[in-house]
Design a protein around this ligand. Structure first.
Ligand code: ADP
Ligand code: MG
Length: 455
């Protein structure tokens, strides 16, 4: 497309469309600091994100370009090349007019058929642990032998827990093996947009040929299909055709098939007919590994202590962990201060400093008040349902926030065995993965506990 006024207006509409998605992905604070100030224009090479300084340019390119590309992929039919450039200071001339060097997007792996993959989302970069090992090994099995087992493979879990990462890893793996397989990886929204375009242009037979010739179809966020009858109908035909031809289908969703509302019965039963694997929020140990792995990818050596501190001050999802890490690294780089517990606390506006660390007792106090279960009952051995969940939550938060070992938490709960705390952590993680109101409750309790600890 040429750089006409029309082109610019269209591009800005694209940018406006991805902004809400980016806000959700990177978090409010990152969004306000790094994304909102970007001015987006289109030039002959593609999309030009103008920023005010070289530092800003490097930061955005390093930390947010993958998010931006991902959001564009999800929103737009054809994704242009994206560059981050330093804007010219004066007049109407833009960076491109001054020949400013752009930081190009990392090369995306162009799928020969449909979709675009994020290069960094590989199996090697994916931290595996109790919360995702079944999903990950199912994805690896499908990658090694598509359509033999687990067809369809249905991965589900809360936002920011790695579903898109896993299906990208799967697609990379499939495309890497000699590159002869026809693989499409796209969002359910992308599928709908492609369908609408085909309907408008009267090209339905090309649309059908295109999807039905695939060896593997990977559809992300199928919950988006809820209530979209026409898209469901077409997807259902695509699914049936692929399935009958012995081809692989992989799906992701933020909820299990039976909870996707307004989904055609046939599709639901198809989704339920393969392997359903859920992904939960990472365990405390995984959170530390993920932070260290993400830091290492940016050539930062993050100690376990500092990683643990960041993990303690971040929300339960991996996306929130990444956001917290980004803020801490930006803070230390901008202020020129060392990366330690104090800079973590300052960067994250955290209330906990070494002098006001969260103790298991503070956790117990807050949980006991919230559920109105007396403290001695909470740590005691009564096993009624009304006590079991609050106790599990207290054990989970004790382990998460108080930086105490399983054994230390178990000791505080009437000298139990450490395996009872491990069990509680698993139960709470499972419920948090499946039930948004449990996630919200955990967030509220965390905030209250930290505030109490800071007093
Ligand atoms: P979802 O699709 O479930 O909303 P994403 O796949 O977009 O989540 O993951 C959000 C971010 O978290 C991505 O940057 C991804 O690389 C990262 N992430 C999620 N899980 C892991 C993991 N187990 N190891 C490393 N990174 C992860
Ligand atoms: Mg996703």
């Amino acid at each position: 497309m040429t750089d006409t006024g029309e082109g610019r207006a269209r591009m800005e509409a694209e940018w406006l469309e991805v902004l809400p998605r980016l806000r959700q992905q990177v978090g409010e604070r990152n969004f306000a600091t790094w994304i909102e100030p970007i001015r987006c224009v289109r030039d002959t090479r593609g999309l030009c994100l103008e920023v005010e300084s070289r530092f800003f340019q490097e930061w955005v390119a390093k930390h947010f370009l993958a998010n931006i590309q991902q959001a564009l992929t999800e929103c737009c039919d054809s994704v242009p090349e994206v560059r981050v450039v330093v804007a010219a200071r004066s007049g109407t001339s833009t960076a491109r007019a001054n020949g400013c060097a752009g930081v190009s997007a990392p090369q995306t792996h162009r799928n020969p058929k449909i979709g675009r993959l994020v290069p960094a989302y590989t199996f090697e970069n994916f931290v595996v642990g109790p919360s995702n090992e079944i999903a990950c090994s199912a994805a690896r099995t499908v990658a090694a032998n598509p359509a033999r087992q687990f067809n369809p493979l249905f991965l589900w879990g809360g936002v920011g827990l790695g579903k898109t990462h896993l299906i990208n890893a799967l697609a990379h793996e499939l495309l890497g093996c000699g590159g002869r397989r026809r693989v499409a990886a796209l969002s359910a929204e992308g599928f709908m947009n492609t369908l609408i375009a085909a309907l408008r242009q009267d090209q339905m037979s090309a649309f059908r040929d295109r999807f039905r010739a695939l060896d593997v179809l990977i559809l992300d966020d199928v919950q988006f299909l809820a209530g979209k009858e026409r898209t469901q109908e077409e997807f259902s035909h695509t699914f049936e055709a692929l399935h009958a031809a012995g081809k692989q289908v992989v799906l992701t969703s933020d909820k299990p098939p039976q909870e996707i509302s307004h989904l055609e019965r046939r599709l639901r039963s198809r989704f339920e007919g393969g392997l359903i694997a859920d992904i939960h929020p990472p365990t405390p140990e995984m959170r530390v590994s993920i932070l260290r792995r993400k830091a290492a990818a940016q050539a930062v050596d993050l100690s376990s202590d500092v990683a643990l501190r960041i993990a303690q001050h971040s929300g339960p999802t991996v996306r929130e962990l990444e956001g917290a890490l980004t803020r801490v690294l930006a803070f230390t780089a901008l202020r020129g201060v060392p990366l330690d517990g104090d800079s973590v606390a300052a960067a994250l506006g955290a209330v906990a400093r070494p002098s006001c660390r969260v103790s298991v007792d503070t956790v117990l106090e807050v949980v006991s008040e919230h559920f109105q279960v007396p403290l001695d009952v909470l740590v005691g051995h009564v096993r009624t349902r009304s006590v079991a969940f609050p106790r599990h939550v207290a054990m989970y938060l004790g382990r998460l926030l108080a930086d105490a070992s399983f054994a230390a938490v178990a000791e505080r709960f009437g000298g139990r065995d450490h395996s009872s705390v491990m069990y509680a952590v698993r139960v709470v993680e499972e419920r948090a993965g499946a039930e948004p109101h449990v996630r919200q409750l955990l967030d509220q309790l965390q905030t209250r506990i930290r505030t109490r600890a800071a007093r």
